[in-house]
Design a binder for this molecule. Structure first.
Ligand code: NAD
Ligand code: TDX
Length: 363
C-alpha cells in the first residue's frame, strides 16, 4: 500500500493526541495537503493549542470547523465542502473516571458519533455504481483498554479477545466493532490502531502525568488510586502520531495494529520517577514532594495491568518508538513548566471565554 491523501478530516483535533498529530503532520512529514480539524470543543478541546499552526497554514492548508460528530448534517457538510479523502477519527470522550461518573456522553459520542461518521463517509465515498471508492481511508484511533485487564504476565496482541470493563472501554470497543463491520459489510477502506497510554504536551490535566506534574508544582497532594501497583504501558504522544501515519500510509485495508511503548510502569514507581524530575527542575526537596503522596480510594473496576505486544507494526510496517521514557518525561515536564499559561487558561475558564468569543457558546 502507498496511499496519497489530499484532504484529511481529523476529528477531535483540538484534543491532546489530535493536536500532536496535526503538529506532527505539518512539521515532521512531507504531507502537503489540507487538514480539516472538526471538533465540538468539549471541556477537553482547545483550539488555542493550534493557534500558531492556524496562523502559519490557515491560508488553505489548515481549517478548523467547530462541529459535533453526532450531528449528521454538520459532518456531511464537511465532507462536501472539503473533498475529504481520509478521516482520522480521534474525537471521543476519553477519561475513564468521567465514564464512571457519567457514561451517557461516552455512548452518544464514542458509539453513536462514530456510527454517524461512518455513515457520512459511506455516503460521501459512494460511486455511481453503488460501490465505494478504494482511494480513500477511514482510520480509527482506539485504545488497548478494549482488551480488558491482564494479570502479572502476558500481552495484548491484535488477536486478543475484546473484554472491555469500563463504560469508556466498552464504548471504544463498540466503535471498533462498527468500524470493522463497515469494512466487511460495505467495503469501506478502514484501518484501526489500538494504543497504550500516551503522555506529552497538551494533555488535559485530569490524566495521571499532567495532573501529578501540576499538583507537585502547586504543593498539592498526589492522589494514588488503590495500592498504586496498577501497571500501564506509556508511549510518547509523537510516537503514537508516527504510528498512525505509518498505518495510514502502509497498512492494508481492514488491518488493525497494536501500538505501545514497551514501557511498563507501576503507577507508584512512575510517580516516584516523576517526583525526582519535577523536584529537580522546580528546585524543591524530593522528600517534601514525596510526602504529599496520598493513597486514595481505588477507581471502581480499575484495570490492573495493560501491556501491548506491538511486534506486528514493527515487523510488517517498520514503525518503532523514537523517544525513550526518560527523555519523554523530561520533555513533558519542561513543556508544562514553559506553558503554565496554557494550564491557567483552562483552569480559569479564560480559554472557554475565548472559544465562546470565536466560536459561539458551547451547545
Ligand atoms: P481528549 O479527551 O484530549 O480529546 C478529545 C477531543 O475530542 C476533544 O478535542 C473534544 O473536544 C473532542 N470531542 C469530544 N466529543 C466530540 C464530539 N461529539 N464531536 C466532535 N468532537 C468531540 O482525548 P485524547 O487523549 O486526545 O484521545 C484521542 C483519541 O485517542 C480518543 O479516541 C481516545 O480513545 C484515543 N486514545 C487515547 C489514549 C490516551 O492515552 N490519551 C490512548 C489510546 C487511544
Ligand atoms: O489521580 C489519579 N491517580 C491515579 O492513581 C489518576 C488521574 C489516575 N491514576 C491511575 C489510574 C490508572 O491506573 O493512573 C493510571 C492512569 O490513569 P489515567 O491517566 O486516567 O489513564 P487510563 O485510565 O490508564 O486511560 C488512559 O489510557 C488509555 C487514557 O485516559 C485513555 O483515553 C486511553 O484509552
Amino acid at each position: 500500500m502507498n496511499r496519497k491523501f489530499s484532504n484529511i478530516l481529523v476529528t477531535g483535533g483540538a484534543g491532546f493526541i489530535g493536536v500532536n498529530f496535526i503538529r506532527y503532520l505539518f512539521e515532521k512529514t512531507g504531507f502537503s495537503g489540507r487538514i480539516v480539524n472538526f471538533d465540538a470543543l468539549t471541556y477537553a478541546g482547545n483550539p488555542a493549542s493550534l493557534r500558531d499552526i492556524a496562523e502559519r497554514y490557515g491560508s488553505g492548508r489548515y481549517v478548523f470547523v467547530r462541529g459535533d460528530i453526532r450531528d449528521r448534517a454538520a459532518v456531511d457538510q464537511v465532507f462536501a465542502d472539503y473533498g475529504i479523502d481520509a478521516v482520522v477519527h480521534f474525537a471521543a470522550e476519553s477519561h475513564v473516571d468521567r465514564s464512571i461518573l457519567g457514561p451517557k456522553a461516552f455512548i452518544t459520542t464514542n458509539v453513536m458519533g462514530s456510527f454517524t461518521l461512518l455513515e457520512a463517509a459511506r455516503s460521501a465515498w459512494k460511486l455511481s455504481d453503488g460501490r465505494l471508492r478504494d482511494d480513500v481511508l477511514f482510520h480509527h484511533v482506539s485504545t488497548d483498554e478494549v482488551f480488558g485487564s491482564l494479570g502479572e504476565t502476558g500481552y495484548f496482541t491484535e488477536t486478543t479477545a475484546y473484554d472491555p470493563r469500563s463504560p469508556y472501554s466498552a464504548s471504544k470497543a463498540g466503535s471498533d466493532h462498527l468500524v470493522r463491520s463497515y469494512h466487511h459489510t460495505y467495503g469501506l477502506p478502514v484501518t484501526i490502531s489500538n494504543c497504550s497510554n500516551n503522555y506529552g504536551p497538551y494533555q488535559f490535566p485530569e490524566k495521571l502525568i499532567p495532573l501529578m506534574i501540576l499538583n507537585m508544582l502547586e504543593g498539592k497532594s498526589l492522589p494514588v488510586y488503590g495500592d498504586g501497583k496498577n501497571v500501564r504501558d506509556w508511549l510518547y504522544v509523537e510516537d503514537h502520531a508516527s504510528a498512525i501515519w505509518t498505518i495510514m500510509n502502509k497498512a492494508a485495508d481492514g488491518e488493525s495494529y497494536n501500538v505501545g511503548g514497551e514501557n511498563e510502569w507501576e503507577n507508584i514507581r512512575l510517580l516516584e520517577r516523576l517526583i525526582e524530575i519535577v523536584a529537580k527542575k522546580a528546585g524543591k526537596p524530593v522528600r517534601a514532594v514525596r510526602d504529599t503522596i496520598t493513597y486514595v480510594r481505588d477507581r471502581p473496576g480499575h484495570d490492573r495491568r495493560y501491556a501491548i505486544d506491538c511486534s506486528l507494526i514493527k515487523r510488517e510496517l517498520g514503525w518503532k518508538q523514537s523517544v525513550d521514557f526518560e527523555g519523554g518525561l523530561e520533555r513533558t515536564v519542561d513543556w508544562y513548566l514553559a506553558n503554565l499559561a496554557w494550564v491557567d487558561a483552562i483552569r480559569s475558564g479564560e480559554y472557554q471565554k475565548w472559544i465562546e468569543a470565536n466560536y459561539g457558546r458551547r451547545g
